[in-house]
Write a protein that binds this ligand. Structure first.
Ligand code: KG4
Ligand code: ZN
Length: 352
């Protein structure tokens, strides 16, 4: 099955052609980062306008890179939420128009589910049930993922933990802005923090409760703000590097400590990391060390599939189309679309 994937939920206009949810024939990503950098973050109006300009050439490029035309594909998958409403509408409406005019089935894909499927290309062997940690600019969610068929073709999700305030990527971006670093802050902080002493400036991490699997990042962000206000020297190297390394350590520790608690409570067979922040080198390092110690399998995608892309949307969409979950032509974009409702009692129930 050949599927065209379209992703426009935030500030990337992306299109990809994927065969059988496995083989990426083309993967075109146009990043709007230059447009938004002067504002220190994504400006929704500018994002949707730029998606409008780029959607057609990017989809055309995905077809030409794959050596195909619209007539060759079997279905279309587009992100329908969550995300910026104006941005989502551009990709979803374009996909609907293509599907309608060419009589192709359409799958409406949840962006978060797309991130989870980004792992499936290189690691179709993931063993379920798995814990799926999705860490991006807009989301920090911990899912309990079961498979009806043992593989990626039919997954079921329970949301067992989420951020109570900022998303992990949002904390990176805000701290970067505070220190005068350009948007997006994650990749720059990742690079700069490598040379900083991560123990020089310790951060205490918020503990929500022993039973909760939720996260919180606004405390670390506010701590950076307070420290910088009290000591201007923290804006200059080498103190700045130590501050960034300490901040990153606190974020990574928060992510690992909650995941570790979920491992104890739920006994998954593997852990999947995805979303833009999963590209972080320290996060990968810490998770790799700790999961190896615990004898757990850890899976994450290569960096190009970690941040927003349409190949992951095509993969999740292929599974939907194969199951016959075809979207109606009047399907709407939903900026708050959920993959699963929060399961407050779920870990406690399994604890016994
Ligand atoms: O998944 P993504 O491309 O978009 C959303 O769905 O939000 O994630 C973007 C986020 C941004 O906040 C960016 O700063 C962060 O991922 N990010 C990183 C790294 N690369 C991207 N954060 C930490 N370390 C990185 N290497
Ligand atoms: Zn994303």
């Amino acid at each position: 099955m050949l599927v065209l994937g379209i992703e426009t939920s935030c500030d990337e206009t992306a299109a990809a052609i994927v065969r059988d949810g496995k083989e990426i024939l083309s993967n075109v990503i146009y990043s709007q980062v230059k447009t938004h950098t002067p504002y220190g973050g994504v400006v929704p109006e500018l994002a949707s306008r730029e998606h409008l300009l780029k959607i057609r050439p990017i989809v055309d490029q995905a077809f030409s890179d794959a050596g195909m035309t619209l007539d060759d594909i079997d279905g279309i998958a587009a992100t329908s939420g969550p995300g910026l409403i104006g941005s989502l509408l551009v990709g979803l409406t374009y996909a609907k128009a293509l599907a309608f005019s060419k009589h192709k089935p359409l799958a409406a894909v949840n962006h978060i589910e797309g991130h989870i499927y980004s792992v499936s290309f290189e690691h179709p062997e993931v063993e379920f049930p798995a814990l799926g940690l999705v860490v991006s600019g807009g989301h920090t969610n911990l899912f309990w993922i079961e498979s009806a068929s043992g593989d990626f073709s039919n997954l079921h999700y329970k949301l067992v933990g989420r951020t109570r305030d900022d998303a992990a990527g949002e904390a990176y971006d805000k701290v970067a802005k505070l220190l005068g670093l350009p948007y997006p802050g994650g990749p720059i902080i990742d690079r700069l923090a490598k040379t900083g002493n991560r123990e020089a400036i310790p951060f205490s991490i918020a503990k929500i409760s022993d039973r909760s699997l939720d996260f919180s990042f606004s405390g670390v962000k506010t701590a950076v703000l307070r420290m910088v206000k009290e000591n201007e020297k923290l804006k200059e190297d080498p103190l700045r590097l130590a501050l960034l390394a300490g901040f990153q350590e606190a974020v990574v520790n928060m992510l690992w400590s909650t995941t570790a608690r979920a491992v104890t409570l739920l006994s998954p067979r593997s852990i999947m990391l995805s979303g833009g922040v999963a590209a972080n080198s320290r996060l990968r390092e810490v998770f790799a060390e700790r999961t190896a110690e615990a004898g757990l399998k850890l899976y994450y995608p290569k960096p190009i599939l970690t941040t927003d892309n349409a190949a992951m949307i095509a993969a999740a969409g292929t599974a939907k189309l194969m199951r016959g979950e075809i979207a109606a032509i009047d399907v709407n974009a939903d900026p708050n679309l959920r993959l699963a409702v929060a399961e407050r009692d779920f870990p406690a129930k399994r604890w016994k």
